[in-house]
Ligand binder design. Structure first.
Ligand code: RBF
Length: 158
């Protein structure tokens, strides 16, 4: 299969841990909602498939990807939450806004993970256009939401 058509959501079973008692927060940006809803569905269904309980998955929305950092912090500071999964989609525009948002959220989420010493997952698509985004939100390149959920579980098994 050509690399360009590879389903990027394939994953190995290493570091998979029993998540039946683990608590997850999923923070979802409302910008580009068609994409971020698909990412959420992928992440949510993957957590359930891997053994997480419905009642242990909390969803919170934030307006845009820039707000994912604060949303993640509000979730991570709750001691009962084991991992925070952040989902967004920033589409490359004609202004430098794209770079500001992507850099801020990448650094912000890293800082939150360091501060609270728990997995904070960067599930933010940064495509050139909507088509590329949909290809990675349940399309021909898989679903980055699935991958974000698997990454959280793998980090819990570290
Ligand atoms: N938020 C996103 O999640 N994805 C985007 O593609 C996106 N593009 C934006 C473009 C502009 C010009 C502006 C002003 C905001 C954009 N936002 C986007 C919203 C941003 O993440 C944040 O919600 C706002 O900047 C308010 O803090």
């Amino acid at each position: 299969m050509a690399t360009s058509l590879k389903n990027l959501s394939d994953y190995s079973q290493t570091n998979m841990v029993d998540v039946s008692t683990k608590k997850f927060a999923i923070v979802v940006a409302e910008w580009n909602a068609e994409v971020t809803e698909a990412l959420f569905n992928g992440a949510y269904q993957t957590l359930l498939k891997e053994g997480a309980k419905e009642e242990n998955i909390i969803r919170k929305n934030v307006p845009g990807s820039f707000e994912l950092t604060l949303g993640a912090q509000w979730m991570a500071q709750n001691n009962t939450i084991d991992a925070v999964i952040c989902l967004g989609c920033v589409i490359q525009g004609e202004t430098r806004h794209f770079d500001f948002i992507c850099n801020a959220v990448a650094h912000g989420l890293t800082d939150v993970g360091m501060k609270y010493n728990k997995p904070v997952i960067f599930g933010v698509l940064t495509p050139n256009n909507q088509e590329q985004a949909l290809d990675r939100a349940g399309g021909k390149h898989g679903n980055k939401g699935d991958e974000a959920a698997i990454t959280a579980i793998k980090m819990l098994g570290f």
